[in-house]
Design a protein around this ligand. Structure first.
Ligand code: G3I
Length: 351
């Protein structure tokens, strides 16, 4: 029962975030990825601060190349994350003397990264996490890196540069905290929809929306399936496809008991995926890791117990969350696969 096959039967691509370290240094984990994932994305190895930490000439592309090779050698779809992100922008960028120098650096970086894997990346998160209503702008856009430094046109500049560098890649606006029924998430959804409409009006190339879906089990706002469905339908109404890009479940605020926690995590996977997969425009589900052995959330609990956010535990054994994903894929309505002519050797039902 492979997740990638169950997903492919419904026209979906399922995959996971990985790091070069995890697939090169942990053969059992790499095998689990190959068994269940039809797509991989770099959790951090393709980020600017990792590629060029101290100067533009660094070019630490080894780990990123390893992930691209792992995808290509194993017939996996490769997702690109990310071309720009305020949190992974190298410090030397902010020391550049002018807006013009910054624009030149951004264009050079996007060209270098996107052209390096040209024709092999299914989608790129172009400017990751553009929205931040807390910054106080009427349009709800994030100000620090890059708007403050480069002005509003940087978004179109980044997207047009990415399109030129790799015309085959889908260009994605990837956001978090747009999934739940709360005032904060509502504000973020409104800002995102407004941005997408402005991008389309200005002719800025954008093809899809990424919904990160780092979801709280409890302690977060309530989940409303109907509100999520309505939001996804609004995105689809713009003619955009939807990718669930970083799905994991934050079990920070629930009891320590593993059986209780695992069931709450599984229920959260099930409720979210049941609602999200009702939308035919949802074409992809990516979990932000496959096993609790490798998660950014590992040390997120106050009681210092390791978190259990993912479908497989740290011993690479399936958890109730895995069963919940199996059920969600099995119950998902059939959708036309994202017509992209990708070499889908590992994401077809026959593979
Ligand atoms: O592996 C190195 C280690 O060798 C080094 O000693 C250590 C100290 O510098 O760093 C280690 O790399 C860290 C890496 O995580 C692995 O733990 C990086 O510094 C650290 O920046 C990186 O954090 C990543 C974070 O994004 C920032 O890039 C997380 O793994 C990753 O899960 C997280 O993912 C983000 C998405 O990109 C965007 N959406 C939110 C999501 C969660 O924050």
């Amino acid at each position: 029962m492979e997740l990638r096959k169950l997903a492919a039967e419904k026209g979906l691509i399922y995959g996971t975030a990985i790091s070069a370290t995890s697939i090169e240094g942990d053969p059992r984990f790499a095998d689990l990825v190959l068994r269940h994932a039809g797509l991989v994305v770099a959790e951090y190895d393709m980020k600017w601060q990792h590629l060029n930490p101290s100067k533009p000439e660094d070019d630490n592309y080894g780990p990123a190349d390893a992930i691209a090779a792992f995808a290509l050698d194993n017939g996996l779809v490769l997702r690109g994350h990310n071309l720009l992100w305020y949190r992974s922008t190298p410090h030397w960028f902010f020391d550049l003397p002018s807006q013009q120098e910054m624009e030149r650096a951004v264009v050079a970086h996007i060209r270098k990264l996107a052209e390096r894997y040209r024709g092999r990346v299914h989608s790129w998160d172009v400017v990751n996490e553009l929205i931040e209503p807390a910054n106080g702008r009427p349009d709800g856009l994030r100000t620090a890196a890059f708007l403050d430094q480069m002005g509003l046109d940087y978004i179109e500049l980044a997207h047009r540069t990415a399109r030129d560098a790799d015309p085959n890649a889908r260009l994605v606006v990837n956001e978090y905290s747009v999934e739940l029924d709360s005032r904060e998430h509502e504000a973020r959804r409104a800002a995102l929809l407004g941005l997408l409409e402005r991008m389309q009006r200005s002719g800025t190339p954008v093809d899809a929306v990424g919904i990160q879906a780092h979801l709280p089990v409890t302690g977060g706002a309530p989940f409303s399936a109907s509100r999520l469905r309505r939001f996804l339908a609004e995105i689809a109404g713009l003619g955009l496809t939807i990718q669930i890009t970083e799905l994991d479940i934050i079990d920070r605020d629930v009891p320590a008991d593993e059986t209780v926690r695992d069931q709450l995590v599984a229920d959260t996977y099930g409720h979210f995926l049941d609602a999200a997969l009702d939308e035919p425009a949802v074409k992809m589900v990516v979990t932000w890791g496959l096993s609790d052995r490798y998660s950014w959330l590992t040390n997120s609990r106050r009681d210092r117990l390791p978190a259990r956010p993912l479908p497989f535990d740290a011993d690479l054994e399936p958890k109730p969350a895995f069963d919940a994903m199996v059920r969600a894929f099995a119950n998902a309505p059939q959708r036309p696969a994202d017509e992209d002519g990708w070499p889908r050797s590992r994401i077809t039902v026959q593979s």
